[in-house]
Design a protein around this ligand. Sequence first.
Ligand code: CP
Ligand code: NVA
Length: 308
Amino acid sequence: MDLSLHTPRHLLSLNDLSRAEALALIERAIELKRLLRAGIEHRVLAGRTLAMIFEKSSTRTRVSFEVGMAQLGGHALFLSPRDTQLGRGEPIEDSARVISRMVDVVMIRTFSQDTVERFAACSRVPVINGLTDRFHPCQLLADMQTYIEHRGSIQGRRVAWIGDGNNMCHSFINAARLFDFELRIACPEGFDPDPEVLEPARDRCIITRDPLEAAEDADLISTDVWASMGQEDEQAQRAAAFAPYQVTEAVMARAASDAVFMHCLPAHRGEEVAAPVIDGPHSVVWDEAENRLHAQKALLEFLLTSHS
Ligand code: CP
Ligand code: NVA
């Protein structure tokens, strides 16, 4: 629990990090992964507690944050709106004031970006965005770690985003600025990323309707589900619009010969990605999922030990 009452650092989007901080975080994540594999304990957050507020489902985010806190010597608390007063209408600001007086860091997965921002504005402790409809910054930290581990620096590389202009696409746009790579977005008309997110990265991003054009010579190809959490009712309409946007072997064949394929998961084989791609030689999705653990441990350490 934070007794010093200074303004905490948050991670509400990747824009909260400088390039130097982001690169240092990833270097640290790689080091923490090495320590874990060597069996060396690193209990730097002993006695600290993370509150995890989940208003949407999760496998990777929940497991990686909870296990990460345990490995760092701390504790993680799972809070769902079903069992807390948040689900009965207690204002988010009041919840933030109360929870942040008892824990050391908060992770929130919710619908509106505004909710995490309002929580953070009233929180005494760091707040981490564990996915909103707008951004998924923790996933991008793991993705960048994965690329760097497999292929080295991503600066100046070409990345293709094929599919919905959604929260993951928005975070890839932010990452293009932060890590300095070119981003080619192929999405159907009507599913473009928000121009407000895109505008500051205009010099690095292009939008095309042609997945093969986006994939041309790409070093990394990534995609995501066609209907995100909260869009279940739109599944059929989206499936029709996105049908030409599946990442197939033909799409991968347009990319650089050593291109990697990423997907934040969960994936739908036969929809946004063909099974031979996600299960094939270019795919790094399991390393990507594992790196959620290492990247977020580095993030927790950064927020709680460098800034408190
Ligand atoms: N990629 C990701 O955030 O997975 P979960 O929804 O399982 O947490
Ligand atoms: N775009 C997806 C990502 C899930 C990790 C969603 O928001 O459901």
